[in-house]
Design a protein around this ligand. Structure first.
Ligand code: UDX
Length: 454
């Protein structure tokens, strides 16, 4: 089988490489000639473990190619995957679909009317986009033999290849049996591992993707608020998460508390679904609250650092470990660091920082930060160490050495990487999220309030 993938961003490149690994002949298209040139040389523009090897192997095997010429790429294909960006539109929070629609029109003009083709939306697109793509294509080329299909991705950055190769499910939304058969053919290797295929309508598939991401965002936000409550009442959020997560109806995953979710998907998708729901007169009040709580949380995190530093960071140095929105990525999009670091600087702190992969991108986004060559260098002479991303290499730090390097032995761990007891045994004043120290001190500043009388 043959496919073309339009857009070599995160989704397009991972999907293209993985389909070629399935044995499909894949041509990836991008308007950015420099990027295509680099991809042809085997240079991967994003940080994704295993992607370089996969691209190299399948390019060598002749199954994966890259071009700027869309017309050439779509010649003789069974399906065209549209995987261009859908950023948040400035001003109103809706997803900006101009790239998707422009790609649809370009594809329409290039397709061969003598050959049936499935046009697949792979980007996360609001309900109704597939129908609009079909309308655009039909208008541009009424003679074309095509169907539109929605096939959302559920890839996590950092484990995208594993998520593609061994997914929990594949969702395929189309009204056409012919399109369904083509899609089944493309995902054939997944039948061997008995991956569930959810065959449904265009609209259902489009909504499923948003429902999945907003549900996960809500789950994280729930445990974050429970963590705050744990701090007030002296409970341990990890035990609460375990205690509820073992209930199969709730599930163990995505119950890790932290500074608030970030990344390229959750902030954008929660906002877009809130807008869609309002437009259709069925507001999603839970998700509206999730968006609001998460925004406030990220902004409020700097206050924890200020409190841990004795009420002020003016003239102090904060050593930050990790700035990306999560580990195993260089992605800074909506990272909590983008709220927390400027707030600390505004409060008078000097910030030194280290991140294993994100510093290049972060340099532009976080002016005034002193970038260090490793974790220990970022902490040298600091009045506080602050963990913002749970990179594995930070888990293995020698905490006694950290305590010695710091001017004041304060460690604020917003990802709960360390064992509170071990941190305190190393001589650190340790605070984290939703846990009290086993040595009896509260994990984070506690405000004692009188219980409200009924
Ligand atoms: C997410 C979805 O998981 C994926 O299915 C979708 O296709 C794209 O969006 P991604 O953005 O790569 O993937 O990251 P994910 O691992 O889901 O984490 C998102 C954010 O939530 C990160 O900031 C992470 O730190 C935070 N998070 C995640 C928590 O704070 N606690 C958790 O328990 C899990």
């Amino acid at each position: 089988m043959r496919i073309a993938v339009i857009g070599t961003g995160y989704v397009g490149l991972v999907s293209g490489a993985c389909f070629s690994e399935f044995g499909v002949e894949v041509c990836c298209v991008d308007k950015d000639a420099g990027k295509i040139e680099r991809l042809r040389r085997g240079e991967i523009p994003i940080y994704e473990p295993g992607l370089d090897d996969l691209v190299a192997k399948n390019t060598r095997a002749g199954r994966l190619s890259f071009t700027t010429d869309l017309a050439e790429a779509v010649r003789g294909v069974d399906a065209v995957f549209i995987a261009v960006g859908t950023p948040t539109r400035r001003g109103d929070g809706h997803a900006d679909l101009s790239y998707v629609y422009a790609a649809a029109e370009e594809v329409a003009l290039a397709l061969d009317p003598a050959r049936y083709t499935v046009i697949v939306t792979k980007s996360t697109v609001p309900v109704g986009t597939g129908r609009e793509v079909a309308r655009i294509v039909r208008k541009a080329r009424p003679e074309l033999d095509f169907d539109v299909c929605s096939n959302p991705e559920f890839l996590r950055e950092g484990s995208a290849i594993e998520d593609f190769m061994r997914p929990d499910r594949v969702v395929i939304g189309t009204d056409s049996d012919r399109a369904r058969a083509v899609m089944r053919g493309l995902y054939r290797p997944l039948f061997l591992i008995e991956t569930p295929m959810v065959m449904t309508s265009l609209e259902t598939s489009e909504l499923t993707k948003y429902a999945a991401n907003t549900f996960l965002a809500a789950k994280i936000t729930f445990i974050n608020e429970i963590a705050d409550l744990c701090e007030r009442v002296g409970a341990d959020v990890h035990d609460v998460a375990k205690g509820i997560g073992l209930d199969g109806r709730i599930g163990k995953k995505f119950l890790h508390p932290g500074p608030g979710y970030g990344g390229s998907c959750f902030p954008k998708d929660t906002l877009a679904l809130v807008k869609t729901a309002q437009d259709f007169g069925a507001p999603l009040r839970i998700i509206e609250a999730v968006v609001d709580v998460n925004d406030r949380r990220k902004k409020a995190m700097a206050e924890r650092v200020v409190a841990a530093c004795g009420g002020s960071v003016a003239g102090k140095r904060v050593g930050v470990l990790g700035v990306t929105f999560k580990p195993n990525t260089d992605d800074m999009r909506d990272a909590p660091a983008l709220d927390i670091v400027p707030a600390l600087q505004a409060a008078g702190a000097t910030v030194s920082a280290y991140d294993p992969a994100g510093m290049h991108e972060a340099e532009r986004l976080l002016p005034g930060v002193e970038w260090a060559k490793d974790a220990y260098a970022a902490l040298e002479g600091a009045d506080c160490a602050l963990v913002l991303t749970e990179w594995n290499e930070f888990r293995a730090l020698d905490l006694r050495r950290v305590a010695k390097l710091l001017r004041a032995p304060v460690l604020v761990d917003l990802r709960n990487v360390y064992d509170p007891e071990a941190a305190e045994m190393a001589g650190l004043e340790y605070s984290c999220v939703g846990r009290c120290s086993r040595l009896g001190k509260p994990a984070a500043p506690v405000q004692v309030r009188e219980p409200v009388q009924a």
